[in-house]
Design a protein around this ligand. Structure first.
Ligand SMILES: [Zn+2]
Length: 308
């Protein structure tokens, strides 16, 4: 019996791994409007068709500044300046998450076959939690050439959002959630890629993480939460309420707002403005681990309430 479970586990690992590869194979996310697709890697080659955002195509090969994409019935080359590549490292993390979740479904384990199996007992204990197995996409706002707002101390919003997402990820993973980041380092990711990922994954919740700034009114402080679809109002109330409870930050309330990442998102989604980095005191607070942990606890509580 034990042997059978062991083999079933191995087979499901292989299955899940290959599915993940299918979904997460390197893709080019088109950013340039009416982007020329050429028959070869250079402007000397003929334009065979045009592509537009937010389309995305599997990458076949790369040659210097040019990348060959698969258009379905034909193939062509596009220049590297007009698209971004779906992160490979990110997809590896996703695989790990999925494999860990899979191993926790089996009560009996060989215990020696791999590292992820060793963790299964711990993960299993958390299975009664309402967050267990929920797919949460965390989207650290901005990144790369887009630094976002600049804080009173000169710090970049894009750095603060990434740090925040990383700590929030730890917290949610501790409680059994499968967490995906739209970027895991300081890279530029176009808005459409951020939401395509979420829709593709059929995420249970998408949270876009930002910090606010009003340099002309440096005394302004506090946290805002935005939602768009009426469906997500409850989610906004729970998450926002959790954050305010845990952080004691100024409550600027929740508001329905037509923001791009919410509009093109087919999944439950919020945009969180977690404080004003144009306010010196608040920026210092945001830089502290204590704040990030309190905020993460608040999000966790809100999500638990939402999924209950
Ligand atoms: Zn922002």
């Amino acid at each position: 019996m034990k042997r059978k479970i062991f083999f079933l586990t191995i087979i499901s690992f292989i299955f899940i791994f290959s599915i993940s590869l299918l979904i997460y194979a390197k893709e080019a996310q088109i950013e340039g409007e009416n982007l020329n697709v050429r028959s070869g890697p250079g402007t000397d080659y003929d334009v065979i068709t045009k592509v537009n955002p937010p389309e995305q195509y599997p990458v076949l090969e790369e040659s210097g500044e040019w990348t060959k994409i698969d258009l379905g019935d034909h193939q062509g080359w596009i220049h590297q300046d007009y698209f971004s590549i779906t992160e490979e490292s990110e997809s590896q993390n996703d695989n790990e998450n999925m494999m860990e979740e899979e191993s926790s479904d089996n009560e009996e384990q060989d215990g020696t076959s791999s590292n992820s199996v060793t963790n299964s007992a711990e993960t299993y204990e958390q299975m009664d939690n309402s967050l267990a197995g929920k797919k949460i996409v965390l989207d650290p706002g901005h990144g790369g050439r887009d630094v976002g707002a600049i804080g009173a101390s000169g710090g970049f919003e894009s750095d603060y959002t990434l740090k925040t997402a990383q700590i929030l990820r730890e917290k949610l993973e501790e409680h059994g959630a499968d967490v995906y980041l739209t970027r895991s380092n300081n890279q530029y990711v176009p808005l459409t890629s951020r939401t395509t990922h979420t829709n593709l994954l059929q995420a249970d919740v998408y949270l876009s993480i930002h910090y606010n700034s009003t340099p002309e009114l440096p005394e302004v402080q506090g946290i805002d939460t935005y939602y768009l679809s009426k469906r997500d109002q409850q989610l906004a109330e729970y998450v926002h309420g959790g954050i305010i409870n845990e952080t004691d930050m100024n409550d600027r309330g929740i508001e329905q707002r037509d923001l791009h990442v919410l509009r093109v998102n087919h999944r439950p989604s919020l945009l969180l403005e977690l404080g004003f980095i144009s306010n010196e005191t608040e920026e210092r607070k945001i830089q502290s681990r204590a704040f990030l942990e309190a905020m993460s606890r608040g999000v966790l509580m809100g999500l638990e309430q939402y999924f209950r």
